[in-house]
Design a protein around this ligand. Structure first.
Ligand SMILES: [Ca+2]
Length: 538
């Protein structure tokens, strides 16, 4: 195959890089609509994690709410978002940002009413968008009436609904004596009952006892309740931790069986999906079971939590290992790709405040095999905040900024519940929409590139083993088309060669770089921190 490639001439961006159109064509939209219909819709969707509290306030109390979110659906639709994942929306004392639920069948009053939720569902549906909600099964809030009853004494009707012990530990709970995830003892003394309760997370989050049949049944009924409300599925919080044994607390056989019973309920409703939050950060494979009996998707933290290390070291191994792990998932499993979340640093920090690294990471997220989940504000490279009234993760939970000016930046007419992050005006949607070189404009192009092309969600993926480990490169293919994606992790120009067979000549459709083939040698050249998507055609 002759040498080919080089920067295309479609639409020259800054420094000669190719920028695809920022909006998909009507034909792409029609193809996307077809791909998003039916049970495999989630493989082709772009998800968006919404922190409802920080997205849009509608009544001036400084707290984002469901009517506010409804008012921003058109923005999300226009961005290319197909499905929302709402962080917990149920009543909560907010000791852990809503992951401490006080009532599983109601809406947090600060966010609105059940009628507001039903309106969100209908407004999303009218736009062809889906809604998944966060389901926090492992623990409740200590304010939940179940716990209020359980803590009273050893004989009440809910006495066995939580995990109690006469001492600060139990031999049949192997992880219980080693402290909670947040560092302190996992056992808290309840004076009224003269016993300790187990809390894997904060003391305000007592673990439910899934060995109590009434608990197991109640939480299955909870999933039915929300499916009957029309939700399109669930993001399941720390779901591997439901049951404990003396030797393990993660995905023990009883937990696997319980997840399968949830999946059976979900499968009783058309076109629903659920995504797991794995406790293990490097390999989500056990969450997929046989491929169709546990989760549809699981977060790829092996990439999502560690991509910053790959960029900082200029070495692709971490990314390669994540991709290799995902490639061995059982048939039916789908990788859920992130570059950030409410639990970790803002992607801007992870990228070392480097916009080009950020773009490279986002490009990988959108082009690796799987379904991307954008954390709200990532599309404008929202900066971290400094205030941490709940915990350190609040730096990643600051309000969205919509307008350049104004004290509330379009988020609120009042005082935001959490101060804005750095540079709120510059990272506002208004400011970035007006700038063709902004992160928002880059995201629009990325999402437009994906739209309506099944290859990104379900096509095959194979690594290109370039001899320069500073470049991560892979080929995505299906029966309709082929692409080669290459990202330079290093802050200097790089060139790598591999022995490989490509299905055609390369033309840059996004970014900047060159692709040459000579015999069975493939050579990729990228500028410093550069990236390129090559469309491959015979
Ligand atoms: Ca509000």
């Amino acid at each position: 195959m002759p040498a080919c490639g080089g920067a295309g001439s479609d639409e020259a961006g800054p420094a000669g890089s190719v920028r695809p159109p920022s909006r998909p064509t009507p034909e792409q939209q029609a193809r996307a609509a077809a791909l998003l219909t039916g049970p495999d819709w989630y493989r082709h969707a772009v998800f968006y994690e919404v922190n409802v509290r920080s997205f849009q306030d509608s009544n001036g109390d400084g707290i984002g709410d469901l009517p506010g979110l409804v008012s921003r659906l058109d923005y999300l639709k226009d961005l290319g978002v197909d499905a929302l994942w709402l962080m917990p929306i149920m009543p909560s004392p907010f000791a852990d940002s809503g992951y401490d639920v006080a009532d599983y069948r109601a809406i947090e009053p600060a966010y609105g009413t059940m009628a507001d939720f039903e309106r969100l569902m209908s407004e999303a549906k009218a736009r062809g968008m889906r809604v998944l909600i966060d389901l926090v099964l492992n623990h409740t809030s200590d304010a939940h009436p179940w716990f209020q009853e359980s803590r009273k004494d050893k004989t009440n009707a809910k006495a066995n609904w939580y995990v109690w012990s006469d001492t600060a530990g139990r031999e049949d709970i192997g992880c219980g004596t080693n402290g909670s995830t947040f560092g302190d003892s996992a056992w808290e003394l309840e004076p009224a009952r003269e016993q300790y309760y187990f809390h894997r997370f904060y003391p305000g989050q007592p673990d439910l006892n899934y060995r109590e049949p009434e608990v197991a049944k109640e939480m299955l009924d909870t999933t039915r309740f929300w499916l009957d409300k029309g939700v399109d599925g669930f993001r399941c919080d720390v779901v591997g931790l439901l049951f404990e044994t003396a030797t393990s607390c993660s995905l023990v056989p009883e937990t696997i069986e319980y997840i399968k019973s949830i999946r059976q309920i979900v499968d009783g409703y058309a076109d629903r999906a659920m995504v797991a939050e794995p406790v293990e950060l490097t390999n989500a494979t056990p969450y997929f079971g046989g491929g169709e009996d546990m989760f549809h998707m699981a977060f790829d933290f092996a990439y999502g939590y560690f991509w910053g290390i790959a960029f900082a070291s200029g070495d692709r191994r971490i990314i390669e290992e994540a991709m290799a792990t995902a490639s061995a998932f059982p048939a039916g499993a789908q990788d859920a790709l992130v570059i950030g979340s409410h639990d970790v640093l803002r992607a801007w920090q992870t990228a070392g405040n480097d916009a080009e690294r950020y773009r490279g990471a986002a490009l990988l997220q959108m082009t690796m095999r799987g379904t991307p989940f954008i954390y709200y504000g990532e599309e404008v490279a929202l900066r971290p905040g400094a205030a941490t009234p709940i915990d350190i993760r609040d730096t990643s939970r600051t309000p969205m900024t919509w307008t350049r000016d104004g004290a509330g930046h379009g988020f609120t007419t009042g005082t935001p519940w959490l101060p804005f992050g750095e540079a709120p005006g510059d990272t506002s949607v208004e400011a970035e929409d007006a700038d063709p070189d902004s992160m928002l404009s880059f995201y629009r192009s990325l999402l437009a590139l994906r739209r309506g092309h099944a290859v990104w969600g379900s096509g095959s993926s194979r690594l290109l083993p370039l001899d320069d480990r500073g470049i991560v490169a892979f080929v995505r293919e299906d029966e309709a088309e082929s692409y080669l994606v290459a990202v330079n992790l290093a802050r200097e120009p790089r060139e790598g060669t591999a022995t490989a067979s490509l299905p055609g000549r390369g033309r840059v459709v996004l970014g900047q770089g060159s692709l040459a083939t000579a015999g069975d040698a493939v050579t990729v050249k990228l500028p410093e921190s550069g990236y390129a998507v090559f469309q491959l055609r015979p």
